[in-house]
Write a protein of this length. Structure first.
Lengths: 214, 214
DNA sequence: TGAAAAACATACAGCTCTGTACAGTTGCAT
DNA sequence: ATGCAACTGTACAGAGCTGTATGTTTTTCA
């Protein structure tokens, strides 16, 4: 850990500024609140939620501990705020990329896995923060599960709309199938540190979508 | 938490004895070492690794703390031992179930998702311990990742053998695809608390296997 | 039966972590 | 310029957690 040289904010955000920008922590944050959110997000994703202490966060953010507790009532509240900020930024990036795709609904669904591939290839990819949070707080904090539910609902809704557009007979069933492929790619790529699982998932999705086309 | 009444070992294992037996913690353990492993496994899976303290483990196991440290040098060593024991028991159950399946290799691969469904339906299902452990110790303890790799390698090898048997052109590619579906089903079922995702994954796998049959 | 090994109960040392207190400093708007 | 709000730096209280020490009781096995 380099908690000491991270005392300088410029230094702290240097290694987080590269490749693509799915992570809101990439943008040099102006306010102290944003610096805290950004530092916490980086550390939570790298080292886990419980394993990351408040002192490490404020050291990386370059703020005083009192400032953190002025903005966030407790570590749990901070975790929820990080998940919400990270989720919002990720969805903006993800669905923004998908909006640029030309082609029919099935092409758009297949593009999901291309965008995932870019995500997985990032050096700062350590799995989906929501999946990791649910894994860590299994039966502990219910509001963390709720945040994950909201996040996953966005993807499900998008997929179901695409399935309807491609006139699938059971659009919810199609959406669930693609969700399984997305979650599986996320976890497999995280474990193997190999973005290629996105393309494996894509192959399967292509075959599957062929079978449900009206 | 019922750490107090769990002082009685019989009581402690009562709520863990039901349905099916993928979990070695189900069997009333004889030795103190097994009781510790079993209690730790239960608590780690329910509440997470960091969130579970040594005192809670020995309270549930009904042993003295010194006994725990006689058998396991540290909490990290205990975590590794739990993962190994849980992984061994799970694989014995899982592949044992698959060995009873009649039919060709594709029928055997599809049966994977039926067995997963039974796993997901268990009231003590809280996701795959290895996936959860990697999520929690992302960059922390390398030997935990190694244990997860070993576990996943067993499944991959089994799937690849089945793919070879069904004369797929690229058996490794087929195995990776099924791994994605398995991981996805595990995570989706864990998040939604809905075992049905195993059947969604199965539908997709059936279509996919049709497409790769020689 | 009797000695050795294992397990038990309890207390506690040492450390880390969360969250608070407080006095001093900066920045900004009117 | 001045007042206000936000931020800083440091210290510390309180709790919890890991791991150890010690003396007693139970189990094992020859």
């Amino acid at each position: 850990m380099t908690a000491l040289d991270a005392h300088d904010p410029d230094q702290a955000f240097q290694d987080a500024t590269s490749v693509c920008d799915w992570n809101f922590a990439r943008h040099m944050p102006a306010t102290a609140r944003d610096r805290i959110l950004s530092a916490a997000s980086y550390l939570f994703c790298h080292n886990g939620f419980s394993a990351t202490g408040i002192d490490t966060i404020v050291a990386r953010a370059g703020t005083a501990k009192a400032t953190l507790y002025n903005h966030f009532a407790s570590k749990d509240v901070l975790i929820e705020a990080v998940l919400e900020a990270e989720g919002t930024a990720w969805r903006r990036w993800f669905f923004g990329r998908l909006q640029q795709v030309r082609g029919g609904p099935d092409q758009r669904v297949l593009a999901v896995f291309d965008v995932l591939h870019d995500w997985f290839a990032d050096e700062n990819y350590f799995g989906c923060p929501f999946i990791n949070a649910v894994a860590e707080f299994e039966t502990g904090n219910p509001s963390i599960r709720a945040a994950a539910d909201v996040h996953k609902a966005h993807l499900f809704t998008w997929l179901k709309a695409a399935a309807i557009e491609m006139q699938a007979e059971q659009p919810e069933s199609v959406a669930r199938a693609i969700v399984v492929l997305v979650d599986g790619a996320i976890v497999a790529a995280q474990h193997a540190r190999n973005p290629g699982f996105a393309l494996d998932a894509r192959r399967v999705a292509a075959v599957y979508l062929d079978s449900v086309r009206a």
